[in-house]
Design a protein around this ligand. Structure first.
Ligand SMILES: Nc1nc2c(ncn2[C@@H]2O[C@H](COP(=O)(O)OP(=O)(O)OP(=O)(O)O)[C@@H](O)[C@H]2O)c(=O)[nH]1
Ligand SMILES: [Mg+2]
Length: 355
């Protein structure tokens, strides 16, 4: 399946049905009053988060998403039928902007979360509403209101607690396949991973967190080298980054330079992301040369303020420690986010309350 994470999509909610003008014509009631019913409400266009949808591919070439029109009013005080909402299922992590105004329409962050992206038009009123003491037989009725129409820009930014970073071939996909049930492609050449993968890591204690594996980054990615830096947006919402380092394909040790190159790419993509809590991990520690090189690397990296864990995604060495450290960082980030949210709420409440 192809992975598409950006799409523009015209949407149109249903128009409201028309109200009508009609009069009662019943036996023995030759001059019956107005009885034209209201038009029904037009259908909304509603996006709903679906954790089983992983891409915006299905929406890529859709000419327009259009909800149904409300039914017209009928005589005998009958209202037109309201049109049902048109539901479009989108991946969790989809952000929706109005392309015309740039306004954020909403952000789908949960499974089954609904978001009305275009509101159906109100039905017009029938003539029964317009009778007055001086005009008992009004001919006036309203047309339905048009449904909202706009062009939306959908952008999928995956939601994961931990985002994996690293050069191609350092073992990111091997690690996620080891920590979770994800089954990404693994191979001994660069750029095996072409699209992001998510995996859920459970700790046995009931705690769990989500990890995102993205395609490898190389020096110059911000200028388009390799697959570029566009996939970094999928770790942009991760609270914690896990930076994986390893010896080069031919066994040479460029870990420190590689680490700095990647930090530079990260910074040029998003300064704030570069300051996110980042755990560093040296992978392939089962290889003797890696174990030797790792000592020196660790000393230097710790001096710049990073914590380092040695692992082997192949043998499983160090993975328990890695999981524990990641879980602690994620927990801390979550509680900090909650605290910030609470502060925001209490600031909003700070106006003078009733005595
Ligand atoms: N010896 C050893 N080899 C490993 C280890 N982890 C991964 N590998 C090997 O390293 C190669 C690359 O692994 P991947 O998991 O595909 O690397 P990646 O970082 O996802 O690479 P890209 O998707 O290309 O960015 C594969 O041949 C793996 O078998 C490890 O701990 N020890
Ligand atoms: Mg990979």
């Amino acid at each position: 399946m192809r992975f598409i994470d950006e799409v523009t999509l015209p949407v149109k909610a249903g128009d409201g049905g028309n109200g009508i003008a009609s009069f009662r014509r019943e036996r023995y009631q030759p001059r019956g009053g107005p009885c034209g019913g209201d038009g029904g409400q037009g259908g909304d266009v509603v996006f709903v988060g679906d954790r089983n949808v992983g891409t915006l591919l299905d929406l890529q070439h859709v000419p327009q998403i259009k909800a149904k029109r409300g039914g017209d009013g009928q005589s005998n005080d009958c209202h037109g039928r309201g049109a049902p909402p048109l539901v479009v299922r989108v991946p969790v992590g989809t952000m929706i902007h109005d392309e015309g105004t740039g306004e954020l329409v909403g952000d789908i962050t949960e499974d089954e979360q609904p978001l009305v992206v275009a509101t159906g038009g109100r039905g017009g009123r029938g003539n029964m509403h317009f009778a007055t003491s001086s005009n008992r037989a009004p001919r006036r009725c309203e047309a339905g209101q048009p449904g909202q129409e706009r062009r939306l820009r959908l952008e999928l930014k995956l939601l994961a607690d931990v985002g994996l970073l690293g050069l191609p071939n350092v073992g990111k996909s091997t690690l996620i396949s080891r920590l979770s049930k994800a089954k990404p492609k693994i191979a001994d050449y660069p750029f095996t991973t072409l699209v992001p993968n998510l995996g859920v890591v459970s700790l046995g204690t009931g705690a769990s967190f989500v990890v995102a594996d993205i395609p490898g980054l190389i020096k110059g990615a911000s200028e388009g080298a390799g697959l570029g830096i566009r996939f970094l947006k999928h770790v942009q919402r991760s609270a914690v980054l896990l930076h994986i380092c390893a010896l080069g394909l031919d066994g040479t040790d460029n870990m420190l330079a590689d680490f700095e190159d990647l930090s530079g790419e990260l910074k040029s993509f998003d300064q704030e992301l570069a300051r996110r809590p980042r755990l560093v991990s040296v992978n392939k520690i089962d290889v003797t040369e890696a174990r030797d090189a790792a000592q020196e690397f660790e000393r230097k990296i710790r001096a710049s303020g990073f914590d380092v864990v040695f692992i082997s995604a192949a043998t499983g060495e160090g993975l328990d420690e890695l999981k524990r450290k990641l879980e602690a960082l994620v927990r801390e980030a979550r509680s900090q986010a909650e605290q910030t949210a609470d502060e925001d709420v209490s600031e909003g409440d700070s106006g003078p309350g009733p005595a």
